[in-house]
Design a protein around this ligand. Structure first.
Ligand code: HEC
Length: 121
């Protein structure tokens, strides 16, 4: 009995250690959006879905690193993003082979605002 509980403690400790190591290894990657992110901004964007959040992420990642590295959603406050995204989408649309329509622009804007508003721990 004692031996078993000791094994359990060691097992948990190993799991925790692995989890921590894995997290630090992928620290540079933006957190994957989850339903919790969608719920957090539901009053701001009524009817917003996880699907739209993913689409925004994809558009952002496919178009917003053509001239500079991808900016972090948390790098700008919401008011700045509302000014920057339309300005940057115009730049994207001046590039051959790239076109973001108004719906796409809104998806990018919602993505950066949503993921940028995650509370830092
Ligand atoms: C055609 C090149 C180009 C593309 C594509 C582009 N950017 Fe930029 N971005 C720039 C340049 C140049 C600057 C420096 C400031 C300026 O000239 O407006 C900049 C600056 C920024 C800044 C810093 C804040 C600021 O106002 O300068 C942010 C944030 C940003 N871009 C986000 C984005 C996002 C989001 C997208 C995708 C929708 C994007 N960029 C696509 C060229 C681009």
């Amino acid at each position: 009995m004692k031996r078993n509980s000791l094994l359990a403690v060691v097992g948990v400790a190993i799991l925790v250690a692995c989890g921590t190591a894995k997290n630090s290894g992928t620290a540079k990657v933006e957190a994957l959006p989850t339903q919790a992110d969608v719920d957090r901004v539901q009053t701001k964007f009524p009817g917003y879905t996880l699907d739209e959040l993913y689409q925004g992420k994809q558009l952002f990642e496919a178009n917003c690193n053509l001239c500079h590295k991808l900016k972090k959603p948390a790098s700008e406050p919401e008011s700045e993003w509302r000014e920057i995204v339309p300005r940057m989408v115009k730049k994207v649309n001046n590039k051959e082979g790239h076109h973001i329509d108004e719906a796409g622009q809104e998806k990018i804007l919602r993505y950066v605002i949503t993921m940028g508003s995650v509370e830092k721990s």
